[in-house]
Write a protein that binds this ligand. Structure first.
Ligand SMILES: Nc1nc2c(c(=O)[nH]1)N[C@H]1C(S)=C(S)[C@@H](COP(=O)(O)OP(=O)(O)OC[C@H]3O[C@@H](n4cnc5c(=O)[nH]c(N)nc54)[C@H](O)[C@@H]3O)O[C@H]1N2
Ligand SMILES: Nc1nc2c(c(=O)[nH]1)N[C@H]1C(S)=C(S)[C@@H](COP(=O)(O)OP(=O)(O)OC[C@H]3O[C@@H](n4cnc5c(=O)[nH]c(N)nc54)[C@H](O)[C@@H]3O)O[C@H]1N2
Ligand SMILES: [Mo]
Length: 805
C-alpha cells in the first residue's frame, strides 16, 4: 500500500497499555495538576477506602489490594482533580457568544466551575448568583409551569445512588416521570431487551465467572479505550487458554495485544499478551446476520449429532426446564438463507461456521457487548439474538457463563436501579407512595428523544440536567440546539463548562457541584456515596481531595435545595436527609427491598451484590421461563440497497470521555493532534477514486423515516484503515449532526449512532457544517444580537484539530 504522508496520521505498532499508557498518564497529569497531590490520590482510586473511579463501570477485583493501573481512569481523575478553574472573572471576560466559538475541548479545559452562575441576556455574560437566589429562581420557574409534565429531569450516569434517588423523588413529588437520561442513548436496548428475554435488565455474570469460562465473545465494544481495566481480566483469561472471539468491524489494538503496566516482564521486555484468538471484522450492523449464522451452525451440528445417535449440541435439559420459544427461532434460522447471512454480515460462510463450531465446542461462554451492539435500529433485536445464542447451550445462570453488557458511565446502572426511569414499574411507584405518603404520577414520561421533541415543539419548557451534556450527546444536533434555546428554564448541575451551558434559555443557571474525588462534608460529618457497577455490585465511594472551590455543593444537597424551593410539602425532610446520607440509603432500602441492610453491607469494602434472578435461573417473565425471541431475517437497512452506500458508525477516540474531549490523539488508531478524520477501507476509497488523505464530505442517504432531508458533514480527512469494506467510522460527537432523531431503535428509542447510511465523496467545500472549525455546531449563532455568523477562522487550539496533548 503506497500511502501518502498525511499530517497527524500514522501507523501505531505497539500493544495496548505498555509504556505508551504510562507516558500518556504523565502527560495528562502534567497538563492538569501538580504531581504530589496526584500520587496519593490515584492510589486511592478503586481502593476500598477511596473513591470509585469515574472512568467506567467495570468492577474491581474483590480484594483490591494493589492499585489497578488504568490510563483512562487516570485521565478521568486528573480531568476532575485539575488545578485549573473557571471563575466568575473568566465569565466576566468572555461573552457567551464568544465562548460559542470555542471547541468542546477548550471549554472544559478551563477547569472546574467555582461559583453558581446565572445567564444575563442583556450583557450576554454569565454573572455570579448566590445559591439562595439560584434556588429561588428555579423554584419560581418550575412552579410557574402550567403542567409539571412540561419539565424534563435529565440524568447523566455519574450521579450517585443517593443523588439520583433524591432527584427522582423530587421530580415525582413535583408531578412528572419525565426522566430522559444517558441510558436512553446507551444501553436502553439492554434495559428493554433483556427483561423480555431473561426477566432482568442487567448482566448476569460476575468477575469470578471470567476465571471459569472457556470462551469470551467481545461484541461491539472497545475495552482498550473504554473499559481499560477489563484488559487485565481478558489478559488473564487469554493466558489460561480461554478463547476470545472479537466481533468488530474495526481492528482495535486493545483487543489484539495488551502489555500490562503491572507486569515488570512485559514492561521491560516489550512483550505483550495476545488477546483475541479470533478477530472477525464483520460489516457494521452485520451482527444479527452473523449471530444467526452461528446459530445455524450450532443447529446443523446438533442435527448431525442426533442423526448419528449422539446427544446433540443443544442443552436440551436446560431448554426443556427453563425456556420457551426455541421452535420459532429455529423456524426463522431455517428460513434465513446463508447467502443473505454472508451478504449482510460481510463475513464468509466458512469463517462464520468456524466461530459457530468454536462456540458449540465451549463448555462455558460469556458474551460481552457494548455500543457496537446497542446503537442500531436493530439494537434490541441484537441483544436478544445474543441471548438466543447463549440459551441454546444453557450459557446463562451457571459458573463461567452468561451475558455481560458493558455499562458506560460509572453509575448509570445504579441510577436506573434507584428509580431514574421514564417507564416506572408499578411496584416501585406503590412503594414510593407507601414510604412517602404521596401519589407519584403513574403515566409514563419522556425519554431522551421524546424530551427533545417536546422541547422542540414547545410542549416542555424547563430542563434540569443532573450532569451531562444532553444536546451535544444526542442525535440531530441542530434540532437539539434549537430546542434548548426555546426553553424558559435551563439548569445545569455540572463540574465543568460545556456547550449545553451556552444554549441559553430565558432563565439559565449553572450550579457547580463536588466531584467523586472530593471530600463531601455535611452536618453529620464526611459522607460516602454509593454506586453500582456493571455486575450489580454496590459499594461505597468517598472522596478525599479538598473541593475545587469553597462554594461548591454536593449533588444531593443541590437536588434537595431545588426540591425545597419548588415543592410545598413539609413532610419531606430534605435537610435531614442531606445532613446524613445514610438516611437517604435508609429511604432507598425502604423503597427497594433488594437493598436490605444497605448501610451495613457497604461497610464491606467490596460492597454487596444485588440479587440477580436470571443469574440464579429464576426467570421473572410472564411464563416464568427464559425466552428465545425470534427476529425475522437479517435486518438490513433498505437505504443500503445501492452500490455506493456506506454505513457509518460514530465512535470514541482514546482521548475523550463522551463529549469531554481530553485531547486530540487517538493513539491506538494512529491519530495525533486531530479529530477531523473518517476511517475508510482502502477498497472503498479506490472505488470512489479517492486517496488516503483526501478531504471528503459525508452525506446521509434519505429515507422515509428521517425528517428534514439529507444531512451533511464536510471537510473530513479520509484515512485508509483496517475496517470492514462498506463500513466507515468517524468520531462522536462531531458526527452527531448526521443522525436524525427519527433514526433509532423503535423498541428502545436508542439513536442509531452506529448505523448511518451515507455517501462519501471528494469535498465540495460548500457546506455549512464543517468538521474542521467545529462549525459542525451549525452556523447560526445563538446569542449574538447582531446576527452575524460564526467566523470560520479561529485560533488553532480552538479547533477540532489541536496540538497533541
Ligand atoms: N475512556 C473512556 N471510557 C469510557 C467512555 C469514553 O468515552 N471514554 N464512555 C463510557 C460510556 S458512556 C460507554 S457507553 C462506554 C462505551 O464503550 P464502547 O461500547 O466500547 O463504545 P464505542 O467507542 O462507541 O465503540 C464500540 C465499538 O463498537 C464497534 N462497532 C461499531 N459498529 C459496530 C457494529 O455494527 N457491530 C459490532 N460488533 N461492533 C461495532 C466499534 O468499532 C468500537 O470498537 O464506555 C464508557 N467508558
Ligand atoms: N454519535 C454518538 N453519540 C453518542 C454516543 C455515541 O457512541 N455516538 N454515545 C452515547 C452514550 S453511550 C452516552 S452515555 C451519552 C453521554 O451523554 P452525557 O452523559 O450527557 O455526556 P457526558 O459527555 O458524559 O457529560 C459530560 C459533562 O458532565 C459533567 N460532569 C462530569 N462529572 C460530573 C459530576 O461528577 N457531576 C455532575 N453533575 N456533572 C459532571 C461535566 O460538566 C461534563 O461537561 O452520549 C451518547 N451520544
Ligand atoms: Mo454510555
Amino acid at each position: 500500500m503506497s500511502k501518502r504522508e498525511v499530517p497527524g496520521v500514522g501507523p501505531y505498532g505497539g500493544p495496548a497499555g505498555g509504556w505508551g499508557a504510562l507516558q500518556a498518564v504523565a502527560r495528562a497529569l502534567k497538563h492538569q495538576m501538580g504531581v504530589a497531590r496526584e500520587a496519593t490520590m490515584l492510589l486511592k482510586v478503586n481502593q476500598p477506602a477511596g473513591f470509585d473511579c469515574p472512568g467506567c463501570a467495570w468492577p474491581d477485583p474483590r480484594s483490591t489490594s494493589s492499585f489497578e493501573f488504568c490510563e483512562n481512569g487516570a485521565k478521568a481523575v486528573s480531568w476532575e482533580a485539575t488545578t485549573k478553574r473557571t471563575t466568575p472573572e473568566f465569565f466576566a471576560q468572555h461573552k457567551v457568544r464568544e465562548l460559542w466559538d470555542w471547541s468542546d475541548h477548550a471549554l472544559e479545559d478551563e477547569g472546574r466551575l467555582t461559583h453558581p452562575m446565572r445567564y444575563d441576556a442583556d450583557s450576554d455574560h454569565y454573572v455570579p448568583v448566590s445559591w439562595d437566589e439560584a434556588f429561588e429562581r428555579i423554584g419560581a420557574a418550575l412552579r410557574a409551569l402550567p403542567d409539571p409534565n412540561m419539565a424534563e429531569f435529565y440524568t447523566s450516569g455519574r450521579a450517585s445512588n443517593e443523588a439520583a434517588f433524591l432527584y427522582q423523588l423530587f421530580a415525582r413529588r413535583f408531578g412528572t416521570n419525565n426522566f430522559p437520561d444517558c441510558s436512553n442513548m446507551c444501553h436502553e436496548p439492554t434495559s428493554v431487551g433483556l427483561p423480555e428475554a431473561i426477566g432482568v435488565g442487567k448482566g448476569t455474570v460476575t468477575l469470578a465467572d471470567f476465571d471459569h469460562c472457556d470462551a469470551i465473545f467481545c461484541i461491539g465494544h472497545n475495552p482498550g479505550t473504554n473499559h481499560p481495566r477489563m484488559l487485565a481480566t481478558l489478559r488473564s483469561a487469554a493466558r489460561r487458554g480461554a478463547k476470545i472471539v472479537v466481533l468488530n468491524p474495526l481492528r482495535e489494538r486493545g483487543l489484539e495485544r495488551f502489555a500490562s503496566p503491572q507486569d515488570p516482564v512485559e514492561m521491560v521486555t516489550g512483550r505483550s499478551t495476545p488477546i483475541a484468538t479470533d478477530y472477525i471484522q464483520l460489516r457494521i450492523g452485520g451482527d444479527v446476520a452473523f449471530l444467526k449464522g452461528m446459530m445455524k451452525t450450532v443447529l446443523a451440528l446438533d442435527r448431525d449429532s442426533i442423526s448419528k445417535g449422539g446427544e446433540g449440541v443443544l442443552d436440551r435439559a436446560f431448554i426443556d426446564a427453563h425456556t420457551e420459544g426455541l421452535e420459532e427461532v429455529i423456524a426463522d434460522l431455517d428460513a434465513t438463507a446463508w447467502s443473505e447471512i454472508v451478504n449482510a454480515s460481510g463475513v464468509e460462510r466458512a469463517d462464520i461456521e468456524h466461530v459457530g463450531k468454536l462456540y458449540a465446542g465451549s463448555k462455558a461462554v460469556i458474551a460481552c457487548y457494548g455500543m457496537g451492539v446497542t446503537q442500531h435500529h436493530s439494537g434490541t433485536a441484537n441483544v436478544q439474538q445474543i441471548v438466543n445464542l447463549l440459551l441454546m447451550r444453557g450459557n446463562m445462570g451457571r459458573d463461567g457463563a452468561g451475558i455481560c453488557p458493558l455499562r458506560g458511565h460509572s453509575n448509570v446502572q445504579g441510577d436506573r436501579t434507584v428509580g431514574i426511569t421514564e417507564v416506572p414499574p408499578v411496584d416501585m411507584l406503590d412503594s414510593i407512595e407507601r414510604v412517602f405518603g404521596f401519589s407519584p404520577p403513574r403515566e409514563h414520561g419522556h425519554g431522551a428523544i421524546t424530551a427533545i421533541e417536546a422541547m422542540r415543539d414547545g410542549r416542555s419548557k424547563a430542563l434540569i440536567c443532573l450532569g451531562g451534556n444532553l444536546p451535544v450527546a444526542m442525535s440531530d444536533t441542530k434540532v437539539c440546539f434549537d430546542a434548548m434555546r426555546k426553553l424558559d428554564l435551563a439548569v445545569h448541575v455540572s463540574t465543568k463548562l460545556n456547550r449545553s451551558h451556552l444554549l441559553t434559555a430565558k432563565e439559565t443557571l449553572i450550579l457547580p457541584c463536588l466531584g467523586r474525588t472530593e471530600l463531601d462534608v455535611q452536618a453529620s460529618g464526611p459522607q460516602s456515596v454509593t454506586v453500582e457497577d456493571s455486575m450489580s455490585m454496590v459499594h461505597a465511594s468517598r472522596g478525599s481531595l479538598p473541593p475545587a472551590s469553597e462554594h461548591l455543593l454536593s449533588e444531593p444537597a443541590i437536588v434537595a435545595r431545588m426540591a425545597k424551593a419548588t415543592l410545598d410539602d413539609d413532610s419531606l425532610d430534605w435537610d435531614g436527609w442531606v445532613a446524613d446520607y445514610s438516611r437517604i440509603r435508609g429511604l432507598i432500602e425502604a423503597v427497594f427491598p433488594q437493598f436490605d441492610g444497605y448501610n451495613e453491607r457497604i461497610q464491606d469494602p467490596g460492597g454487596f451484590r444485588l440479587f440477580n434472578a436470571a443469574a440464579a435461573r429464576q426467570w421473572n417473565t410472564p411464563a416464568g421461563r427464559a425466552r428465545f425471541i425470534a427476529h425475522r431475517g437479517v435486518m438490513m437497512d433498505p437505504r443500503l440497497d445501492r452500490d455506493d452506500a456506506l454505513i457509518l458508525a460514530t465512535i470514541r477516540s482514546h482521548d475523550q470521555y463522551n463529549t469531554t474531549i481530553y485531547g486530540f490523539n487517538d493513539r491506538y488508531r494512529g491519530i495525533t493532534g486531530r479529530r477531523d478524520v473518517v476511517f475508510v477501507n482502502e477498497r472503498d476509497l479506490e472505488a470512489r477514486g479517492l486517496q488516503h488523505g483526501d478531504l471528503v464530505d459525508l452525506e446521509t442517504i434519505e429515507s422515509t423515516v428521517s425528517i428534514g432531508g439529507t444531512r451533511r458533514l464536510c471537510g473530513l480527512t479520509a484515512v485508509a484503515f483496517d475496517i470492514a469494506p462498506g463500513s466507515i467510522a468517524a468520531y462522536y460527537p462531531e458526527a452527531n449532526c448526521l443522525v436524525s432523531l427519527a433514526d433509532n431503535d423503535p423498541r428502545s428509542g436508542t439513536p442509531s449512532y452506529k448505523s448511518i447510511p451515507v455517501l462519501l465523496s471528494l469535498s465540495q467545500g460548500d457546506c455549512e457544517v464543517s468538521a474542521d472549525a467545529q462549525t459542525w455546531q451549525h452556523g447560526d449563532v445563538p446569542n449574538d444580537k447582531t446576527g452575524a455568523t460564526v467566523a470560520a477562522e479561529m485560533p488553532a487550539h480552538r479547533r477540532t484539530t489541536g496540538t497533541p496533548s
